[in-house]
Write a protein of this length. Structure first.
Length: 122
């Protein structure tokens, strides 16, 4: 289970970098909402933003890693590993995006991590 764990951790790190870049491009472009005609006007700007393109490329790498894992490992062990990203998302949100992560959220994240550990030990 060591290789799958390392691949999932790599996918999480790459995915978070990709999401961060895509989010930065979306914020600068004015956001995006499905069904909004204003959002359609943002698409050309996003298509030319290096952060959007680089972030999208990183997300494709995550998809490729995930495809390998889903095809070679037990889904009941691989999929819960991805929930460890909640810890990193909360840290990035709090440290770099100045989001408020409450004690209640941290408690929920701790419960999720404990559940993942239990699953992996079974």
């Amino acid at each position: 289970m060591r290789r799958p764990f390392l691949l999932v951790m790599a996918a999480i790190a790459i995915g978070l970098a990709g999401l961060y870049l895509v989010r930065a491009a979306l914020v600068d472009a004015g956001g995006f909402r499905l069904g909004s005609s204003a959002s359609l006007g943002h698409l050309p700007r996003l298509a030319g933003d290096w952060r959007f393109l680089a972030g999208g490329a990183l997300l494709v790498v995550v998809l490729l890693i995930s495809l390998e894992l889903y095809g070679s490992e037990e889904l009941s062990k691989v999929v819960p590993l991805y929930s460890l990203s909640y810890v990193l998302v909360a840290l990035i949100g709090q440290l770099f995006l100045h989001e408020r992560v409450t004690v209640q959220r941290w408690t929920g994240i701790a419960v999720i991590v404990a559940g993942v550990v239990m699953l992996l030990r079974s």
